[in-house]
Design a protein. Structure first.
Length: 499
């Protein structure tokens, strides 16, 4: 190889060789010559601004989930309290009614359970009847005849349930022995109304006024009998015995006249009327009532008789006179001023309380589901952001648990924002990105939902969020005040929905 060939080969190999020493012809020794170092420019890190922006917005969204979960937990807590209150009211109402029935029955709990079971069945039958196009059976219709007659099937739900309860309660008072066992065979029946006593006394006194006149004795004379016996249909045998003793005395005083006495005069007086439930459970005060009024057939019999007689026999101390203007069915203004929802009977209240428990249970189930959904969404957001935290550690009793997580997300978000700002100079979407960054900083605590589209309106969004928070606080305040009103002691009539 000649000198030129060696030089070309060296160039091809990319090294620089220079002849240094020649010992003999065509014999060369080569050495490597060092080149000066090349100064390299540092490579600039390419930061994916859009990706970081997406992360920051996602962290902000996760931030906003924290107060949502907190509110859901509060709602769940309130729903649980409402359920517990509803259950307490139902239990208080049940205990109250059992105690009330103790005055008349040896087995008051059995009587109350029987009353509510009949109510539930009639309510179920009526619901089937109303929602069905089928022709009801005679047995099914029999239970609803009274309701349909005086309502023309246009009554409200309140009146419907009240009517069902009124029918059962009226039967319990009128047929006590059908529903339970008296404390003793001759224990007093339910008491009569004053208006019932008043009308019965008129018949009773008329009977003995005629009998006394026949025998020519003073008109005021009467059999020896107590009012307790006189006004109790269950002690009719004692009344008959007292009448027979009185008649025997009259017969002995004038045997000759006794031989021609009319059979009607010899008969004992009519048995006392069957008791009615208390007035507050037996009457709906809906305004003036005339005989033609559709609700008239449902009104108490003694009141019907008074209106039929044009108030010729009027008891100024009776129940009618207490709530109505003198000798009329014009309800007093103070009676009409009562809340219609307070017009209840025991079984109507039972239905309301049972419905309240069921509704509260469903509300709690919905609230629990919402908590689960919000918790899952928040946990997913934490996982996406690489935040090693669990929503299971959040506790309403520990306010700091929410604050700490909020501050942690806030710090992570602001760190991302700083990194973005260092790299957006000259970016094609620099203005839009900066606007979004400004919005995220302004809403540092995640009060509202921010996107690149609405970021320019962050001030308005924050005002709306503040207004929403204020409204929620007002609602919570109102709910607390209403709860205080509801947390009342149950009255002795078992009708006010107390605990």
């Amino acid at each position: 190889m000649n000198k030129l060939g060696i030089t070309l080969l060296a160039g091809t190999l990319g090294i620089c060789l220079m002849p240094v020493i020649a010992t003999k012809a065509n014999d060369f020794t080569f050495v490597k010559v060092a080149q000066p170092p090349v100064k390299e420019e540092p490579t600039k890190e390419v930061v994916p601004v859009e990706y970081l922006m997406t992360q920051a917005l996602d962290l902000h969204l996760t931030q906003s989930r924290i107060p949502q979960l907190k509110k859901a937990l509060k709602d769940q807590q309130e729903r649980l309290a409402e359920l517990q209150t509803a259950q307490k009211k139902f239990e208080a109402m049940t205990d109250c009614n059992i105690k009330r029935l103790q005055e008349q029955f040896k087995n008051p709990e059995e009587v109350w359970n029987k009353m509510t079971a009949v109510y539930d069945q009639r309510e179920k039958d009526l619901a089937i009847y109303i929602n069905s196009s089928e022709v009801p059976s005679p047995e099914s219709l029999e239970k609803k005849t009274d309701i349909n007659n005086y309502s023309d099937r246009e009554i409200s739900e309140m009146l419907l349930h009240w009517s069902l309860g009124n029918e059962i309660l009226t039967d319990v008072y009128a047929n006590q022995d059908k529903w339970g066992t008296r404390k003793a065979p001759k224990s007093p029946s339910f008491p009569l109304w004053e208006d019932q006593k008043f009308l019965y006394d008129q018949k009773y006194n008329d009977k003995y006024t005629k009998l006394n006149a026949y025998f020519g004795v003073p008109p005021q004379m009467r059999p020896v009998i107590t009012d307790e016996v006189k006004y109790d249909y269950n002690r009719a045998d004692e009344m008959v015995a007292a009448h027979n003793a009185y008649l025997a005395k009259l017969t002995a005083s004038d045997p000759k006249r006794a031989l021609t006495i009319q059979a009607e005069l010899k008969k004992s007086p009519e048995v006392a009327p069957r008791p009615l439930p208390p007035v507050e459970e037996s009457v709906l005060y809906i305004g003036d009532v005339e005989k033609s009024h559709q609700i008239f057939p449902a009104w108490p019999e003694p009141w019907q008789k008074q209106i039929e007689n044009n108030f010729a026999n009027y008891n100024t101390k009776g129940e009618l006179a207490k709530d109505f203007r003198p000798r009329s069915f014009k309800v007093k203004d103070e009676v009409l001023a009562r809340d219609p929802s307070e017009q209840n009977n025991r079984l109507n209240v039972y239905q309301q309380q049972k419905k309240g428990v069921n509704a509260a249970q469903k509300m709690l189930e919905v609230s629990t589901l919402e908590v689960s959904e919000f918790a899952n969404v928040l946990q997913e957001g934490l996982n996406r952001g690489g935040i090693p935290a669990s929503v299971g550690t959040l506790n309403l009793k520990d306010e700091k648990s929410f604050e700490n997580l909020q501050n942690r997300l806030k710090a992570e978000k602001l760190a991302l924002i700083d990194k973005i700002q260092q790299n957006i100079k000259g970016h094609p979407r620099e203005y839009s990105i900066q606007t979004t960054i400004n919005a995220l900083k302004k809403d540092a605590n995640g009060k509202t939902y921010i996107t690149p589209i609405n970021a320019a309106n962050v001030d308005q969004l924050l005002l709306e969020a503040a207004a929403s928070d204020a409204l929620i606080k007002e609602q919570e305040k109102f709910a607390a005040e209403e709860k205080k009103k509801q947390d009342k002691r149950i009255d002795k009539k078992c009708l006010n929905g107390g605990v």
